[in-house]
Design a protein around this ligand. Sequence first.
Ligand SMILES: [Zn+2]
Ligand SMILES: [Zn+2]
Length: 126
Amino acid sequence: MTTNNSNLSAEDRDKLVANMRKEEQQRQSGYREQALKLFPHVCGRCSRDFEGKKISELTVHHIDHNHDNNPANGANWELLCIYCHDHEHTRGVQESRLESTTDSAPKSAPLSHSPFAALATKIKAK
Ligand SMILES: [Zn+2]
Ligand SMILES: [Zn+2]
């Protein structure tokens, strides 16, 4: 079983990645919708109003940079426009790198959030 299956495992991996992407997207739209219900549709940085068509330019930022930390009361969310959100993450290159790795991180990694949070506070403290 182990000899001829290397091609198949690559295909499986593709499927798995596609699946995780999908789940991640569903998760994101889930908390985005919640955040949009909770907060006024205004960027938390530049205070621009994104009511109506432009709502797609308003994104949910995770204050502790942990995308798995989604309390229903919105305590970890901040609505930022795509420009301010970008700025928020480019302040520390490490932060955006952490954010892109959460895409491929396995779902069952409950330990990963504490070092992430610690790192984020370290970067913010600078
Ligand atoms: Zn903004
Ligand atoms: Zn963010």
